[in-house]
Design a protein around this ligand. Structure first.
Ligand code: FPP
Length: 248
C-alpha cells in the first residue's frame, strides 16, 4: 500500500480494484475514550468527529463510493442535554466546514433520519449541504441523524400504506426493491460492509433493512482511535469473506 510506508508490515494487503461499494460505520466508543483520559464525554465526541473527518477523506481517496455513518440515533435523545447539545454543535461545525470545502472535495452529502426535531439552523445546514452537493458523483457520505432502523421501517410502511389508500400503489405488487424506495436510503445500494468499533457486538438499530446481507466487522478499537490502518484492516477482512447471499 502506498498509503503507509512506515507501518507497511502491520497493514494487510487491500485489493483496491475490488473494494466494497458501500461501507457503513457505527461510530462507537467516544464516551469510553474520554473516560479513560479523565475527560468529559463531549471531548470524546469531539475526538470522534476528528476521526470521522480523517476516515471520510481516506474513504474518498481509496475510491469508496458510499460511506454511511451513525452520528445520532433516535434513542440518543435520552442522553444528558449537555452531551446532546455538544454532538449537535459538532455536527453544525462539521457542516459549516463541509460547505466551505465542498467545491474542492466534491463529496456528495445526504442525511438519513427524521431531521424535524433538530434545531432550525442545523436543519437548514443539512438541507444546504445536500442541495450544494447533489450534482457531485464521486463519493457519497450519508450521515444518519436522528436515525433508527425500526423507525425508518415504520415510516416506510406508513408512506406505502398511504400510497395504497390514495391509489398510487397496490399492496399485491409490492416488491423488496419497491419497498426500499420508501426508505431514507432510496437509490443508495445496500452496505457491503458494516464496521462497529469499541468491542460491542451488536447492530443497535442501524440500517436494519439495508444490512440484511452485509458483512460485519467488529473491532475493540474505540472510534476516536480508529485509524486509516483500521479501515484497511476491515477492508482486508471483507475481501477474505465469501459472500453467498444464501446460495452455495
Ligand atoms: C457513540 O459513542 C457516539 C455517538 C452517539 C455520537 C457520534 C458523534 C460524533 C462522532 C460526532 C459528530 C459526528 C459528525 C459526523 C461530525 P458513545 O458515546 O456511545 O461511546 P460509549 O459507548 O463509549 O459511551
Amino acid at each position: 500500500m502506498a498509503f503507509f510506508r512506515g507501518r507497511r508490515a502491520e497493514v494487510p494487503k487491500v485489493d483496491l480494484e475490488h473494494l466494497p461499494r458501500h461501507v457503513a460505520i457505527i461510530m462507537d466508543g467516544n464516551g469510553r475514550w474520554a473516560k479513560r483520559r479523565g475527560l468529559p464525554r463531549r471531548a470524546g465526541h469531539a475526538a470522534g468527529a476528528e476521526t470521522f473527518r480523517t476516515i471520510a477523506t481516506f474513504a474518498k481517496e481509496l475510491g469508496l463510493e458510499y460511506l454511511t455513518v451513525y452520528a445520532f440515533s433516535t434513542e440518543n435523545w435520552k442522553r444528558p442535554k449537555d452531551e446532546v447539545d455538544a454532538i449537535m454543535r459538532l455536527l453544525e461545525k462539521y457542516l459549516h466546514e463541509a460547505i466551505e470545502t465542498m467545491a474542492r472535495d466534491k463529496v456528495k452529502m445526504a442525511f438519513f433520519g427524521d431531521l424535524s426535531p433538530l434545531a432550525a439552523n442545523l436543519r437548514a445546514l443539512c438541507r444546504e449541504t445536500e442541495e450544494i452537493s447533489k450534482g457531485y458523483d464521486g463519493c457519497q457520505v450519508n450521515i444518519c441523524l436522528n436515525y433508527g432502523g425500526r423507525d425508518e421501517l415504520v415510516r416506510a410502511a406508513k408512506a406505502f400504506a398511504l400510497d395504497c389508500v390514495e391509489g398510487r400503489a397496490d399492496p399485491c405488487h409490492l416488491t423488496e426493491d419497491a419497498f426500499g424506495g420508501y426508505l431514507y436510503s432510496a437509490g443508495v445500494p445496500d452496505p457491503d460492509l458494516v464496521i462497529r468499533p469499541s468491542g460491542e457486538i451488536r447492530t443497535s438499530n442501524f440500517l436494519v433493512w439495508q444490512s440484511a446481507y452485509a458483512e460485519f466487522y467488529f473491532t475493540d478499537v474505540l472510534w476516536p482511535d480508529f485509524s486509516k490502518e483500521d479501515l484497511l484492516r476491515a477492508l482486508a477482512a471483507y475481501q477474505n469473506r465469501s459472500r453467498r447471499y444464501g446460495g452455495v
